[in-house]
Write a protein that binds this ligand. Structure first.
Ligand code: NAD
Ligand code: LMR
Length: 324
């Protein structure tokens, strides 16, 4: 399978490429060809060459080829999976939506290129921030590809929520099921554990503390990206790459009935307007995702969903000129 990675010489790229070539993305029996895109800038292309030298030096048995590109029209040729990572990261004091102006144009160009040259079944994951709106732009720029092929990364928020809940209830993350995140990859995201179980017991009952939910859990997960920037001086990279691997692996290989979170274009479920790139609980099977249906939305949840939806609609309004 052909996998494109943009921003391949960046921080996330440096964690991602080695894991893909190791078989963590598509399975330990699936050979992969990596098609890597960086900006034409001489320094970036040189850095990309250096990363490729290191990937080569790992002698990964599953790596069937690796190419460097400065043009999305060649990087995306026939790709089955496209990981759109390349974009400017935020610095301290910024919100992700402050990046919209700097990054939105990238996703118009890349959406058009995918539309022109990628496999008709390409699975696209947008990581570059603000991820939901950039995924929306790419989707709208690729009218000849199915809209459902475009997704945004909420998996890092999902994994952060899992780890916080596991620590709170004193159980391993592997015990927890049916936790997921609604909405935008931003502090407005709503991580929802009302349906979650730990070894079969209700997580909500085990925690039984709505104040912790509202005042500790949701702000901790929502502002985790900023906390990492503050601590590291750089935005999250290895955990972001890990989440990207989790997202695509589950999409391609299936969740065996388990719930996870993906940012996907809404089909109108839960009153989210069709086409909005929104984090939903999903299951996946045979390379397709399905939004989990029939969950009750209580008053608190509806309020949180409305807030994150409103933010996404404002972001979308801000890029109307790019998507027509
Ligand atoms: P980085 O600056 O280390 O690397 C980005 C790379 O992208 C650079 O090498 C740059 O040259 C390249 N690039 C820029 N424009 C490009 C283009 N048009 N085509 C190809 N390559 C291009 O940044 P990073 O830390 O790797 O982060 C990348 C993006 O991912 C940022 O926008 C960051 O905010 C975002 N991010 C998202 C999540 C998430 O959960 N969705 C998590 C972490 C980071
Ligand atoms: C994250 O959540 O870590 C990323 O989106 C990077 C950021 O800007 O917070």
């Amino acid at each position: 399978m052909r996998v494109a990675v943009t921003g391949a010489a960046g921080q996330i790229g440096y964690s991602l490429l080695f894991r893909i070539a190791n078989g963590d993305l598509l399975g330990k029996d699936q050979p992969v060809i990596l098609q890597l895109l960086e900006i034409p800038d001489e320094k970036a292309q040189k850095a990309l060459k250096g990363v490729i030298m290191e990937v080569d030096d790992c002698a990964f048995p599953l790596l069937a080829g690796i190419t460097a590109h400065s043009d999305p029209m060649t990087a995306f040729k026939d790709v089955d999976v496209a990981l759109l990572v390349g974009a400017r990261p935020r610095g301290p004091g910024m919100e992700r939506k402050d990046l919209l102006e700097a990054n939105a144009q990238i996703f118009t160009v890349q959406g058009k290129a995918l539309d022109a040259v990628a496999s008709r079944n390409v699975k696209v994951l947008v990581v570059g921030n603000p991820a939901n709106t950039n995924a929306y732009i790419a989707m709208k720029s690729a009218p000849n590809l199915p809209a459902k092929n475009f997704t945004a990364m909420l998996r890092l928020d999902h994994n952060r929520a899992l780890s916080q809940v596991a620590a709170k209830i004193g159980k391993p993350v592997s015990a927890i099921e049916k936790l997921f995140v609604w909405g935008n990859h931003s502090p407005t995201m709503y991580a929802d554990y009302r349906y979650a179980t730990a070894d079969g017991a209700s997580v909500k009952d085990l925690i039984n503390d709505q104040v912790w939910n509202k005042d500790v859990f949701l702000p901790t997960v929502g502002k985790r990206g900023a906390a990492i920037i503050e601590a590291r001086g750089l935005s999250s990279a290895a955990s972001a790459a890990n989440a990207a691997i989790d997202h695509v692996r589950d999409w391609v290989l299936g969740t065996n009935g388990k719930w996870t979170t993906m940012g996907v274009p809404s089909d109108g479920s839960y009153g989210i307007p069709e086409g909005t790139m929104f984090g939903f609980p999903v299951t996946t099977e045979n390379g397709e995702y399905k939004i989990v249906q029939g969950l009750e939305i209580d008053e608190f949840s509806q309020e949180r969903i409305n807030i994150t939806l409103k933010e996404l609609q404002e972001e979308r309004d801000g890029v109307k000129h790019l998507v027509g």
